[in-house]
Design a protein around this ligand. Structure first.
Ligand code: NZQ
Ligand code: ZN
Length: 386
């Protein structure tokens, strides 16, 4: 196990009714905030009114930025930064899924920056100061509620990049699983694929000494596999929603990656799909993951796939290679069972942009991955997924 610095400063208020802490805790940070949300789901399910009630009761004034897009755009970030600067706001409150929280994070850093916030998306070293971010999570997927990352798109340029650092980790997040009851079956499945992908990115590492972290990962994967079908079948099942919600946070907050060198592979590839085709992040991950697994499985990596097969899927028949192959098949079957597509053509993607997409993805450090990948490797994986 490698050295690490544990740093997860985000306070979590988890469970039913935790919204009651919002006004009081936020007031300790600022009494003038920017409220950021998406396309209206929080108005339909009543959360918007609850949030406003909290702000009013605590004597907090606010400005609003609504309409943050899935795959949030830099244009929305710029609007939020302008509001914060114009009104001298002291915190950014995100109510929504990962897109809303990500947008809020770069608004928070952009508000403390002289230049254009896109510069901070391209270079996280330019994030040296940020307004405090607070989140009320409504979709279990990205883990943005408990990490420092933010992924922002400029779709005019077909660009989608991750940024952020410790400064943009939320000060606190409210995680009430009941707020995810209204998440559609498709978004529930896509969110689960995202949680699983974060876990895979941390699990498929060359570090053999991080035994504990690997067992954490297996627990998260088993949780997703057990509870996603229940949440899809019974959207109001509290235990299913609660377990998925906590899995969302734990998959990416550092607990699974401390002590090992991780270099994510499937995420940079998926971000290119989203950058060019504006698709749902988790859908792209579900398509690419089994193909990436097949591509990187070899005699050197089979040990980890065999652990995955035995500890997550309970497969014990045959040698390690047979177990590994079976585990990949199980992964593919699971994504299909929760209703996710299995190929790029099903979501309207062909090979038109594969060369440029593969180059951009490969340049995101894929040479340091579980198996080093270059542009040609990535292109082959895209082609396999067609
Ligand atoms: O916009 P509204 O109306 O709120 O509707 C959203 C949106 O249409 C809807 N939704 C959210 N909560 C709901 C709900 N509908 C009904 N009931 C609710 N309770 O779901 C749709 C998708 O929302 P979005 O926030 O886009 O989804 P998600 O949380 O999956 O976020 C995806 C974004 O996060 C990035 C992705 O690349 C993508 O841009 N990621 C962020 C990461 C991070 N910050 O660490 C890591 C991830 O790997 C990922 O890249
Ligand atoms: Zn992700």
């Amino acid at each position: 196990m490698q050295n690490f610095h544990y740093n997860i400063p985000t306070q979590i208020y988890f469970g039913k009714g935790q919204i009651e802490n919002l006004g009081k805790k936020l007031k300790e940070i600022s009494d003038k905030v920017l409220l950021v949300y998406g396309g209206g789901s929080i108005k339909k399910n009543g959360l918007y009114d609850k949030v406003l009630n909290q702000l009013e009761q605590a004597g907090i004034s606010w400005q609003e930025l609504s309409g943050v897009e899935p795959n949030p755009r830099i244009e929305s970030v710029r609007k939020g930064v302008a509001l914060c600067k114009e009104h001298g706001l002291g915190a950014v409150l995100a109510v929504g899924g990962g897109s809303t929280i990500d947008c809020a994070k770069v608004i928070a850093s952009g508000s403390c920056y002289e230049g254009d916030p896109w510069e901070q998306v391209l270079d996280s070293d330019k994030i040296t100061k940020a307004l405090p971010v607070v989140s009320v999570l409504t979709l279990s997927a990205t883990g943005s509620e408990m990490d420092g990352f933010a992924v922002i798109s400029d779709l005019e340029k077909n660009e989608k990049w991750g940024t952020g650092n410790d400064i943009t980790k939320p000060a606190f997040s409210i995680l009430d699983p009941e707020y995810t009851f209204t998440v559609s079956p498709r978004q529930t499945a896509a969110g689960t694929a995202d949680i699983m992908s974060h876990t895979f990115e941390n699990y498929f590492t060359r570090e053999k000494g991080a035994y504990l972290q690997a067992r954490f990962c297996e627990g998260i994967l088993k949780t997703c596999i057990h509870y996603a079908p229940i949440a899809i079948e019974k959207p109001n099942d509290y235990e299913a929603r609660a377990n998925l919600m906590w899995a969302s946070s734990m998959a990416i907050n550092g607990v699974c990656s401390y002590g090992e060198n991780t270099a994510w592979a499937v995420h940079p590839m998926e971000h290119e799909l989203s950058a060019f085709y504006d698709i749902t992040h988790g859908v792209g991950l579900a398509i690419l993951t089994p193909y990436w697994m097949e591509y990187v499985l070899n005699d050197d990596t089979v040990w980890r796939f065999a652990e995955y097969g035995k500890n997550v899927w309970g497969i014990f028949d045959g040698d390690n290679m047979a177990i590994a192959k079976k585990s990949i098949e199980k992964t593919r079957e699971f994504f299909a069972a929760v209703g996710l597509p299995a190929s790029l053509h099903e979501i309207g993607i062909d090979d038109t942009h594969f060369d440029v997409m593969a180059k951009k993805a490969a340049d995101c450090g894929l040479q340091y991955g579980f198996i080093p990948l270059d542009k040609e490797d990535v292109k082959k994986i895209f082609c396999m997924a067609l």
